[in-house]
Design a binder for this molecule. Structure first.
Ligand code: F6R
Length: 237
């Protein structure tokens, strides 16, 4: 794992540079995206670069990590809606080349890994990390050979995500997520963690044993992971 510690602003710039480098070599790359608070700075940076003509996503295909079960793409807390409003509508990507697992048709969701494979596999997967070590919605205990599947969200994850909903009762109880194996199949991975709340789990991800108790620890086995941390998230390293 390559560890880079910097400010949130510089992390967005440095990570964006990885996208510029990749797309200059491979304009039709397949990108794996994440939702949540963490990638917002990077997405704003990618949108600004696209606006300035410094990067183009017109030949890119994207696959998002996850989606809530039961929310359609027009729901303002669905991950499809998040991606459309925070990134896809702000860059030059044809919307039909963007994929988010279906939270409504689970038979379609079951084909997600095959769809990724047909597109050529993911060149660069972006990840955040949950305070419990989840990547995507792969909660502790998820088998390392898992592919895209439906998960029951842990109460703690629902509580953490309740900040985006009117009340915790509105937070879905299940999600569809790429599996740990789906993520590990990506050729390159960027993981960003920001803030004090991530410090303990970041330390376990990097220095701890590789265990399904900390799903992100499996990234130690991946040949090409860049971890971007702000000083708060890196505080226990
Ligand atoms: C989101 C996702 C999650 C988040 C994680 C961190 O698509 O898959 O694993 O990356 O929960 O969320 P934030 O960035 O909100 O702290």
């Amino acid at each position: 794992m390559k560890i880079i510690i910097d400010t949130e602003e510089n992390i967005a710039k440095k990570a964006a540079q990885q996208y510029i480098d990749l797309l200059s070599k491979k304009p039709d790359a397949v990108l794996g995206y994440a939702t949540g608070s963490t990638p917002l700075g990077l997405y704003a940076e990618l949108a600004a670069l696209c606006d300035a003509g410094k990067i183009s996503f017109k030949d890119v295909t994207t696959f998002n990590l996850d989606e809530y079960v039961g929310l359609d793409g027009t729901h303002d807390q669905s991950y499809r809606y998040f991606m459309n409003t925070n990134l896809f509508e702000k860059i030059d990507i044809p919307i039909e080349k963007t994929h988010v697992p279906s939270g409504l048709d689970l038979d379609i969701a079951a084909e997600y890994d095959k769809d990724i494979e047909k597109a050529g596999g993911i060149d660069l997967q972006l990840l955040g990390i949950g305070v419990d070590g989840h990547i995507g919605f792969n909660e502790p205990g998820t088998p390392l050979d898992s592919i895209t599947h439906v998960v029951d969200l842990l109460e703690n994850t629902r509580e953490v995500n309740a900040r985006f909903f009117a009340s915790i009762d509105d937070v879905p109880t299940q999600a569809v997520t790429m599996g740990v194996k789906t993520v590990m199949n990506a050729r390159d991975i960027i993981l960003i963690a920001l803030g004090k709340s991530k410090a303990e789990i970041v330390e376990r991800m990097i220095n701890g044993p590789i265990t399904t108790d900390v799903p992100a620890s499996v990234l130690q086995l991946h040949p090409s992971v860049t971890v971007y941390l702000d000083s708060d998230a890196a505080a226990l390293l």
